[in-house]
Write a protein that binds this ligand. Structure first.
Ligand SMILES: Cc1ncc(COP(=O)(O)O)c(C=O)c1O
Length: 478
């Protein structure tokens, strides 16, 4: 997103956004239908009145942010939005304007903004006890760990709680190294695994990497079916991993980590069958296999509860965060008793990990997702949206690829379908147009040319139709 910031700051782009008189070459089918006839779609009805907002307005908040917060934080949109209230899949700004949230606080709000069951669990626990740490007993952490373990396959039954995805991946990497006795970690190009000194090493997008020592990390070819050198051929990508281990390491590695659909990298699914082949290779080289489920977990992919299940593998370690807490600062690492035991050699402690309030909220999230059958819902709404987006791809040449599963969807924009040239400026313009129409999506990929559609899991088919109609409308106005 550093790149997004650079892009939005470019003066030429501002001019383009202000005065969109430039043309984009749509397909002939599209021109025949006459885009100018399209009417701007309207937000679906939603029976909720936001509370009157009496707090500071955008300019004041922005000024204070600039003065007191680090310059590395960035914001979306030319004119940053002051979001003051949320309800399920909708957000409200300072003027009470409603937006369809198709990015869920960066793929974090799983049940829905301010879901009543989650709120109630958090507030009831807060009234009794907010914090004591694991030096005393408390049922919330144990109940939540039991709930999470019940969702895992195989022998993945031991949970460590942390506060974020970055921390979860730090801990997983530590366990992989201690357990295997090796140092080398293998990660995929285009991955995002966190922003701490160590996880920056695993992350493989230059926009997020500071030039610091990164330890022994090997980034292998990304099995990206759309852009990857071997297309969807998992076997060839797996052979590259084997080759890399043989030539670029001592022959022994600590582990392999991958997202099962790359999130920040632009909703990139791995070539089918890839993980199965690579897990085998990595285990033979002494390493453990880590699935980063920070974005893909908890049923979001629709077909499965965990993303790794789409590749028919059982990892040795699973890391999770974001959707696990519906907005609470919460992360977890789940592994086997054998691997978990390596941390018992020393004192391993996390002050807030498994805090009673976060644990009560996290357990409520698990229950809501089950009670409201969100996995099936994601499958139904997601496949409807992907089908509609694919039809839109037939209409507009700028849509190079539509991909994803459930409510984890990517739309990659290109100026030339053959060359797959990233449509950076066009994406930035459409991004602003969608906001004007009342939709907040995310952006991703190394070039910031992929729309990331990963809404709260209560997003409906009507919301999906509105989003697709709005995208159609916005592209037609380019
Ligand atoms: C796949 C993945 N792993 C890890 C992280 C890091 O999580 P956090 O920002 O909670 O530290 C992210 C964050 O976007 C992520 O998408």
């Amino acid at each position: 997103m550093g790149l997004e910031r650079k892009l939005t700051n470019r003066s030429f782009l501002r001019a383009l956004i202000k005065n969109r008189t430039w043309g984009y070459c749509s397909s002939s089918l599209g021109s025949e239908r006459g885009f100018s006839a399209l009417a701007a779609p309207e937000l679906p009805a939603f029976d909720y009145e936001p509370k009157p907002y009496k707090g500071p307005l955008a300019d004041e908040v922005f000024g204070k942010r600039k003065k007191y917060l680090g310059p590395s934080i960035f914001h979306y949109y030319q004119k940053p939005l002051n979001i003051v209230e949320g309800k399920m899949q909708y957000l409200f700004d300072e003027n009470g304007r409603r937006y369809l949230d198709a990015f869920a606080g960066i793929v974090t709000v799983s049940c829905g903004h301010c879901h009543p069951d989650v709120l109630s669990a958090i507030t009831e626990q807060s009234k009794l006890l907010q914090h004591a740490t694991t030096i005393y007993l408390h049922h919330a952490i144990a109940d939540f760990a039991e709930g999470l373990a019940s969702k895992m396959p195989g022998n993945l039954k031991v949970v460590y709680f942390v506060n974020s995805g970055t921390e979860a991946n730090e801990l997983a990497m530590l366990m992989a190294r201690l357990y295997s006795g090796n140092l080398g970690m293998i990660a995929l190009r285009n991955a995002y695994h966190g922003g701490s000194s160590s996880t920056i090493g695993l992350t493989a997008l230059n926009t997020w990497k500071y030039p610091i020592p990164q330890g022994e990390i090997h980034h292998v070819l990304n099995p990206n079916p759309y852009r990857g050198v071997f297309g969807s051929d998992a076997k060839l990508y797996a052979e590259d991993v084997q080759d890399h281990i043989e030539h670029g390491t001592s022959g022994r590695v600590a582990g392999f980590i991958a997202e099962t659909i790359q999130g920040v990298g632009g909703a990139v699914e791995l070539a089918p069958g890839y993980l199965k082949l690579v897990y085998d290779i990595v285990r033979k080289a002494g390493g453990v296999c880590i699935a980063d489920e920070v974005q893909t977990g908890f049923g979001r992919t629709g077909s499965h509860y965990w993303g790794f299940e789409t590749q028919e593998v059982i990892p040795d370690i699973v890391t999770m965060a974001k959707g696990i807490g519906n907005g609470l600062p919460l992360g977890a690492v789940v592994t086997t008793p054998e691997i978990a035991s390596v941390l018992a050699q020393k004192i391993q402690f996390n002050t807030f990990g498994g805090n009673p309030v976060c644990s009560a909220g996290g357990l409520a999230v698990l229950r809501v997702l089950d009670k409201e059958k969100r996995q099936v819902h994601c499958a139904e709404v997601g496949s409807h949206m992907i089908e509609r987006l694919t039809n839109l791809q037939h209409k507009h040449d700028i849509i190079g690829d539509v991909r994803g599963r459930g409510l984890m969807v990517g739309v990659e924009l290109v100026t030339d379908r053959k060359q797959k040239t990233p449509a950076k400026a066009e994406t930035a313009v459409l991004f602003e147009s969608l906001r004007e129409l009342g939709i907040l999506v995310g952006k991703g990929g190394l070039h910031g040319n992929v729309f990331r559609i990963k809404p709260p899991m209560c997003f409906t088919k009507t919301d999906a139709d509105f989003l697709v109609d709005a995208l159609d409308y916005a592209i037609s106005k380019l």
